[in-house]
Design a protein around this ligand. Structure first.
Ligand code: KG4
Ligand code: ZN
Length: 356
């Protein structure tokens, strides 16, 4: 089975061809055009610019994916596109392109939840990952701990009460004067820094539960800079302190989730990390230690498949197509589309009070 995947939910225009073979999954091509150049002057993604860039480049990126895989549209079995959550302009561009191709080529269309793409990538890169597994999903827009019990079966254990982990990296990087995207910039600057020179808060650390909060960290960095006395010689130390604080918070909350998971899912197979922040080396190292301590396998995709890509969308297309889960051509994009639709909406004040 071969599926074309299309990803346009944020600032990456991507197309990939993935095959399910008797030997396991195979990425035949994985093409991506990032929009760093377009958004860097603004220090963040500008939705209108992102949508127009997808419109300009998506056809070329798909052509490149088909050429690299050396196949024609006639040879694919389905077309999958990320139809949410994300920026509506980009979602419409990707969904309409996928629907047009599916209609023209007479192939099934699969509307994919971008978060499910991140959630199932571990099964693409490591075909021994069985359900149920515990997932730390950390990206620019999401920061959640979930039990993945099957395709479409997700239970949220915790989420962020304010900023996502990637957002915390991006916003503090902007304050420190590092480039966009902030995560890789902070990680690189951290290499030469002393993480202990600045003391930053770790919101919710040591409290019960699996929720996250990062807005206090951002405020602390802003305050530190406003107090003055810092110069470019302090950048590496501050970046290292931010990275350590974010990783400490993620590890603390994940440890609580691992305890819960071991107790409620003794058949659980692995701790999986996914999303752009899972590309972070310190986080990967420390999560591996948490998993090992709990007797779980630790599975994390290579960094290039942690950040947004279309191979993960094509892979969800395959997993769904194999179960006969296809969508009509009138399927609408959803800017908001939680993986666990039953999870209660988090109310920051209540949760913080409940933790006391
Ligand atoms: O999954 P992703 O590519 O897009 C979303 O779905 O949001 O994640 C992007 C986020 C950005 O906030 C970026 O700063 C962060 O992932 N990121 C990293 C690293 N690489 C990307 N954060 C920390 N360390 C990294 N190496
Ligand atoms: Zn993503």
């Amino acid at each position: 089975m071969i599926v074309l995947g299309i990803e346009t939910s944020c600032d990456e225009t991507a197309a990939a061809i993935v095959a399910a073979t008797p030997q396991g999954p195979r990425i035949m091509s994985n093409q991506l055009r990032a929009q760093f150049v377009e958004h860097a002057p603004f220090g963040g993604v500008v939705p209108e610019i992102a949508a127009r860039a997808h419109l300009d480049h998506l056809d070329t990126v798909i052509d490149r994916a088909l050429a690299e895989a050396n196949i024609t549209l006639a040879e694919i079995d389905g077309v999958a596109a990320a139809t949410g959550p994300g920026l509506i302009g980009g979602l419409i561009v990707g969904a309409m392109m996928a629907k047009g191709i599916a209609w023209g080529a007479g192939k099934p269309f699969i509307a994919v939840n971008h978060l499910e793409g991140h959630a199932l990538t571990a099964r693409l890169t490591d075909d021994a990952v069985d359900f149920p597994y515990l997932l730390l999903l950390v990206s620019g827009g999401h920061c959640q701990l979930l039990v993945c019990a099957g395709i479409g079966l997700y239970k949220r254990l915790g989420t962020t009460l304010d900023d996502a982990a990637g957002e915390a990296f991006d916003k503090t990087a902007k304050l420190i004067g590092l480039g966009y995207p902030g995560g890789p910039a902070i990680e690189q600057a951290s290499n030469k820094g002393d993480a202990c020179r600045f003391v930053l808060p770790r919101p919710l650390k040591g409290r019960p539960g699996c929720d996250f909060s990062f807005s206090g960290l951002k405020t602390a960095v802003r305050q530190l800079i406003a107090d003055g006395g810092l110069d470019s010689g302090d950048t590496a130390d501050l970046a290292a302190a931010v990275q350590l604080a974010i990783c400490d918070a993620l590890i603390d909350r994940t440890t609580n989730a691992v305890d819960w998971f071991r107790c409620h899912h003794p058949d659980g197979t692995a701790l999986v990390a996914a999303g752009g922040v899972a590309a972070n080396e310190q986080l990967r190292r420390r999560l591996a230690a948490v998993a090992e301590g709990a007797g779980l396998r630790f599975v994390v995709p290579p960094p290039s498949l942690c950040t947004d890509n279309a191979a993960m969308i094509a892979w969800v297309g395959i997993e769904r197509l194999l179960l006969g889960l296809v969508d009509d051509l009138d399927a609408a994009p959803h800017p908001r589309w939680p993986l666990d639709a039953d999870a209660p909406r988090q109310r920051r004040a209540e949760i913080i009070k409940g933790c006391k």
